[in-house]
Design a binder for this molecule. Structure first.
Ligand SMILES: [Zn+2]
Length: 472
């Protein structure tokens, strides 16, 4: 692929990030479940209809959807939806926890928080909202994040409702599941100041890290979505949606630039990101005149007192740096430990005789290795037990691995197998092994010793003893 000179091409790019909030839905007490595993016990139908905006003009995107003339089927589980989702009851009061999370995020993104929050109705025409609109409110503006290529401004932070999830589309009908409808969503829009395709990935990853730092957002596939706006000189703006992995962003953007260079200027539109880094046409760009005030929800004044009382979480990036500084762990190990969301400090106190790096390695590396080798889960309690035995001197360092394998594969471990053997006894045995195998190399002798004492003696100790006796 040819090198891209972003500056010369007049590359302009901004991100829009959507992140689901954990807890309860935005305007009812239903739990924020996005994939209810229950069988849907409620089903009803509506017809798609386009709604004229304030200008009386029917939105272009609405027209596009209308042209399909479809019936919409809604399926819901009463465990994750109520009358609010069915649009048979007005929205309840705004979920205070979700508002707090949105405000925290604004402050972490250095935004100016609005004085009063006014929810708006944004027309949605594809049927993904039973009411035909999505509720959205501006929470913060004019923020910024620092990146390796300079400051990137955050234009807006909004709090809005998730849409229902499309589960089936046929010739004359679309089916939606309502579990996800009404789940709180943070929408963050950056200024079009991203410098190149790799920078887009970095900006997305920093914003994702800030969102996860709150500890209150959903994790896993689909819980965060990155839409990338891309344009080059002489071409209209294209929006790319549906990235499965942040890693795919740079190559997909570069491919899109090459595609634009090969095509005449087209009307701006939305494209879908494919796993093979290509994109495909999805739909026209939605028009702008589609918002009107939501009168069912009171305007919320944001006072200085409210903002002052918010406790801001420590950023994951700051925590990582502290780990690196304090324990001299690698960045990778530090990041993995933080991801596990455990109180590492407490492990150091609890297993005071164990080297902190060994604890960290067992928690991260050993756990991963055993899991992938045996395809069995190594749980935190298993690790705590194994480290406990070692800390109490019941077993040796090497036995920790073996015990974890036993726990994971057999559910239990026979500690007798790993009881530490008296040093004198081992020394005696080592002398004998040396005597019997005069021609063997050091490595082969070690192999003989460990065959007999695996887990019962520390490998390092055994090699020291072997060395000592070989020299004699
Ligand atoms: Zn509900």
């Amino acid at each position: 692929m040819i090198m891209i000179n972003y500056k010369e091409l007049g590359f302009k790019s901004g991100l829009e990030i959507h992140q689901q909030i954990e807890g309860r839905k935005l305007f009812c007490k239903c739990p924020a479940i996005v994939n209810d595993e229950n069988e849907p016990n409620i089903k009803f139908k509506r017809k798609l209809r386009a709604i004229a905006g304030e200008t009386g003009k029917i939105d272009r995107a609405a027209e596009f959807e209308m042209s399909k003339d479809k019936e919409v089927i809604y399926e819901a589980c009463s465990s994750s939806s109520c009358l609010v989702e069915y649009d048979e009851e007005p929205p309840h009061e705004l979920n205070k926890d979700s508002l707090d999370i949105a405000l925290q995020i604004c402050l972490l993104l250095n935004c100016k928080v609005v004085d009063s929050i006014q929810f708006m109705r944004k027309t949605v025409v594809d049927g993904s909202n039973v009411s035909g609109f999505q509720r959205t409110a501006l929470i913060g503006t004019n923020g910024f994040i620092n990146t390796s290529k300079g400051k990137v401004n955050i234009e807006t932070v909004c709090l809005e409702e998730e849409a229902a999830k499309k589960v089936k589309e046929e010739n004359n009908s679309i089916t939606y599941r309502l579990d996800r409808l009404g789940v709180g969503l943070i929408e963050i829009a950056t200024a079009p100041e991203i410098k190149d395709s790799e920078h887009a990935r970095e900006v997305a990853s920093i914003i994702g890290m800030i969102l996860r730092s709150t500890g209150k957002v959903k994790r896993g596939i689909g819980s965060i979505r990155q839409d990338v706006n891309v344009s080059i000189k002489g071409h209209n703006r294209i929006e790319i949606k549906g990235f499965q992995d942040l890693k795919n962003i740079p190559r997909t953007i570069d491919n899109e630039i090459h595609r634009q260079l090969k095509t005449k200027n087209e009307e701006g539109h939305v494209r879908k990101a494919n796993p093979d880094f290509t994109t495909e046409y999805q739909r026209p760009m939605p028009g702008a005149s589609r918002m009107y005030p939501e009168t069912d929800i009171k305007i919320i004044k944001i006072t200085k007192k409210m903002l002052d009382s918010l406790e801001l979480p420590e950023l994951i990036s700051e925590k990582t740096n502290k780990f690196i500084e304090k324990y001299k762990f690698s960045e990778e190990l530090s990041r993995e430990l933080i991801k596990m969301d455990i109180d590492f400090e407490s492990y150091i106190h609890k297993f005071s005789k164990v080297n902190p790096e060994f604890i960290a390695n067992v928690l991260v590396e050993v756990r991963k290795e055993i899991q992938s080798r045996f395809d069995k889960e190594v749980t935190i309690p298993m690790i705590e037990n194994a480290l406990g035995y070692y800390n109490e001197g019941k077993v040796g360092k090497d036995a920790v691995y073996e015990i974890l394998v036993d726990f994971a594969t057999k559910g239990d471990a026979d500690l007798k197998k790993y009881e530490q053997v008296d040093e004198k006894e081992i020394e005696k045995e080592i002398k004998e092994i040396i005597h019997k195998n005069k021609n063997l190399s050091f490595g082969a002798l070690m192999g003989e010793i460990m065959k007999k004492y695996r887990g019962k003696v520390d490998g390092k100790k055994a090699s020291e003893l072997l060395n000592k006796h070989l020299k004699q």
